[in-house]
Design a protein around this ligand. Structure first.
Ligand SMILES: Nc1ncnc2c1ncn2[C@@H]1O[C@H](COP(=O)(O)OP(=O)(O)O)[C@@H](O)[C@H]1O
Ligand SMILES: [Mg+2]
Length: 357
């Protein structure tokens, strides 16, 4: 392999370490680490309590629970909760996703095969096609769909009753859901990023399931670099375990966690190489901004989308970067994180709204 190829391969590998989405064979590992009951779920106490009530009430009434919408960034437990809903109700779960339903007919096929009390999980529900969405409104509200037979002028719509079921929708972008769809959910749970002590418990739990020996300090180190996201915590744990097995005696201690994560370029606050490159360029080359995102992307040698969708949300959320109408600016925290002194004069003008565009 050429050096560039190697670097590129390594880069993809490094990138995926702090990506919040699951990829490839990671899904199998994740399945093994998923909590199976509401009691096993760490954190999210509000959603857990609310959902617990919805499910318990439905059980007492002997009915399928109301439709549930789960919203929140990737990796926080939406799919996990959908599975738990089915599990707690003792109902079969059917899985599909918005992008998989390209025609209303796809949805009709799924719905007509449902049994009473089944749970239908539609991941990325905001990406469903319009006609399918409209069919779903009716199915959610009236437990009925119109199946269209034939084409053109001779087509007829045959109404079909569906047994009462529970729809669980998941979305990373609740704002993109059309109002009528959002309104048909009886309960919406917003998942929040996790606190370090919650991630700490998740790391301990996962280590137990994977048979990894780890110390409290080793776990805390992983938790604090996980960006508030269980999926990332679990992934970092697996990489640290590799390191512990190859370079140490297999036990995940703090020095082992630190050395491993330094090797993978995930820093103490969870910033990866791209995140650091973005604020580094912003501070060192552009004096802290403001600078347009396209310029910033060119300067770090990345696609604009990557900077905007991968690095920025985390940097903004953690107060390292602000989006202003005139471009991106580095916050004092960014300067500090790089070990640089923030220029006194470069303070953003107070009259410009900060968190826009
Ligand atoms: N509250 C939680 N407690 C323990 N593990 C969790 C929790 N939430 C998520 N996880 C773990 O994180 C991984 C990703 O969760 P998932 O439900 O797939 O996230 P999402 O669907 O929101 O992207 C799963 O492997 C799961 O084990
Ligand atoms: Mg998911």
């Amino acid at each position: 392999m050429h050096d560039e190829e190697l670097a590129a391969a390594e880069e993809t590998h490094l990138r995926s370490l702090t990506a919040a989405e699951a990829e490839g064979d990671e899904r199998a590992v994740e399945a093994a680490l998923r909590p199976r009951t509401l009691d096993e779920v760490v954190g999210q106490s509000r959603v857990r309590a609310q959902l617990g009530l919805v499910l318990e009430a439905a059980r007492r009434r002997g009915r399928a629970p109301d439709h549930v919408l789960l919203s929140g960034p990737p990796g926080l437990g939406k799919t996990t909760l959908a599975m738990i809903i089915a599990g707690e109700m003792g109902s079969p779960l059917r899985l599909t996703s918005g992008p998989a339903i390209t025609h209303a007919g796809d949805l009709a096929a799924i719905l007509s095969g449902m049994n009473e009390g089944d749970v239908l999980f539609v991941d990325e529900i905001h990406r469903m096609s319009r006609p399918a969405e409209e069919m779903l409104y009716m199915a959610m509200e009236d437990f009925r769909v119109d199946v269209v037979i034939g084409k053109g002028p001779g087509a007829t719509a045959i109404p079909l009753d569906i047994p009462p079921f529970t729809l669980v929708g998941a979305t990373t972008r609740a704002g993109l859901l059309p109002g009528p769809l959002r309104d048909r959910f009886g309960f919406t749970g917003h998942l929040e990023f996790y606190e370090p002590h919650e991630l700490d418990r998740i790391v301990h739990r996962s280590a137990g399931l994977l048979g990894v020996e780890l110390t409290g300090e080793g776990a805390a180190e992983i938790a604090s670099r996980s960006r508030g996201t269980p999926r990332i915590a679990n992934r970092l744990l697996r990489r640290v375990r590799d390191y512990a097995q190859v370079k140490a005696d297999g036990v995940v201690t703090r020095p082992v966690s630190q050395a491993a994560l330094d090797l993978y370029e995930v820093d103490e606050l969870g910033l990866d190489r791209l995140d650091r490159a973005v604020i580094d360029v912003l501070c060192r080359r552009f004096g802290g901004g403001p600078v347009g995102v396209s310029t910033l992307a060119v300067a770090v040698g990345e696609e604009r989308e990557t900077v905007e969708e991968v690095a920025e949300p985390f940097l903004v959320r953690n107060g390292f970067l602000a989006r202003t109408p005139r471009g991106r600016i580095a916050t004092p925290a960014a300067w500090e994180h790089l070990g640089l002194a923030a220029p006194v004069v470069a303070a953003p003008s107070v009259d410009a709204p900060l968190f826009e565009g």
